[in-house]
Design a protein around this ligand. Structure first.
Ligand SMILES: [Zn+2]
Length: 380
């Protein structure tokens, strides 16, 4: 820890980076609960060392545990919820070859460094800085670390919503794409389509067959044509499969569809549309399920206020904070959908999330850490 001439701790970008490096080096693919828990162990012991009360909820369905860390001051709230995920999309071993931790000029590479270990660590560092300086924040702080955000937080959603309801603000440590702060996100709808045709020999009895793949091809084209960039609607058939053998008319096929829209009414209309799809071939059967994976994150009035406040703080620090509306979902969707002012994208600046070229900008660490300290100090 570095200190200023009057013995007060200072925000040291090298120290921030060392902490991020430590979290990145504990690889945490979502599907490996034991690996995610190794980082949870680390966060838990660091938080306990700062005098925090830590609650650990055992993981379900093979996912890691959920950590709830409360500041030693301020009582039960309502306060500020700082929302982070510890998992990444990268398998264990990515660090060794595909994207090792390294510095190249201003860029610092590593699996999950941008999404979102740097953001999660920045917020933690800011809190640590306050503790070391002997400062308490006006509002109590709750840090929530979830183990499976990258697949939509199926086991932690309830905890996120319950914890958010006890708080006044939610700050999400997702990456800051191009330095932008996120004040709204699209909602996400997932649909599964199963198609049942009729098998037949592809040569001698072709006319008796009803191809499930042919039906699927029509449905895919019809579904994707619902994409409307002007209204912000996208339809992506991300997975499709079917058939059993080259000379058999395919009896079965299936597809998984991801639909995104900026407004709840649009998302609901799209869900109803998908559930009502009819087969083109009357001899073919469709089986469809569709559910909202993440509700729309609307730009709430309270969020706009929160953004204005963050913008002021950033101006003092010398950052020109701008906002954006994102097409990607996050756990912030759950809290904003409850009407709780939610500011997202407060992590480090960088590029390439979910890729093997993922990096953060070292130069963003110092100002972003200061932004976090000031946010926690000034929100009332
Ligand atoms: Zn993320």
């Amino acid at each position: 820890m570095k200190e200023s001439s009057d013995n007060r701790p200072v925000i040291d970008a090298e120290e921030v980076l060392a902490g991020i490096c430590h979290w990145v080096e504990i690889e945490t693919p979502t599907m490996n609960g034991a690996a995610v828990n190794r980082l949870a162990d680390e966060v838990q012991s660091s938080a306990a060392g700062l005098g925090c009360q830590v609650e650990r909820i055992p993981g379900r369905d093979g996912y890691g545990d959920i950590l709830i860390v409360r500041s030693p001051w301020g009582g039960d709230g309502p306060g500020i919820l700082i929302l982070s995920h510890l998992d990444t999309v990268h398998a264990v071993g990515t660090l060794e070859h595909a994207n090792p931790f390294r510095r190249d000029g201003d860029r610092v590479y590593g699996p999950g460094i941008f999404d979102m270990k740097s953001g999660a660590y920045l917020a933690f560092y800011a809190f640590q800085h306050l503790v070391r300086s002997g400062q308490e924040t006006p509002l109590p702080l709750t840090f929530l670390y979830v183990p499976e955000e990258e697949i939509g937080s199926p086991t932690s959603r309830q905890v996120i919503e319950d914890t958010a309801r006890h708080n006044k603000y939610v700050l999400v440590t997702e990456p800051a794409h191009d330095g932008l702060c996120c004040t709204a996100r699209k909602g996400v709808l997932h649909a599964d389509i199963k198609i049942y045709g009729r098998p037949a020999h592809a040569g001698s009895r072709h006319q008796d067959g009803r191809s499930a793949l042919r039906e699927l091809a029509h449905q895919i084209v019809a579904l994707e044509s619902l994409t409307d960039y002007e209204r912000g609607i996208t339809v992506n058939v991300g997975l499709a499969s079917g058939g059993s053998f080259i000379n058999v008319v395919p009896a079965e096929a299936e597809a998984k569809v991801c639909i995104r829209a900026p407004e709840t009414e649009q998302l609901e209309a799209l869900r109803d549309h998908v559930l009502a799809l009819q087969p083109l071939d009357v001899d073919v059967k469709l089986e469809i399920t569709a559910e909202v994976n993440r509700p729309v994150f609307p730009r709430l009035e309270g969020t706009a206020e929160l953004f204005k406040h963050a913008r002021e703080i950033c101006r003092e620090i010398g950052i020109d904070l701008e906002e954006r509306h994102s097409g990607g979902g996050s756990d912030g969707n759950f809290t904003a959908a409850l009407g709780i002012p939610t500011l997202d994208g407060l992590g480090a600046d960088g590029h390439g999330h979910h890729t093997l070229d993922e990096y953060i900008l070292f130069s963003s660490l110092q100002p972003r850490a200061r932004m976090w300290v000031r946010l926690l100090q000034t929100l009332t």
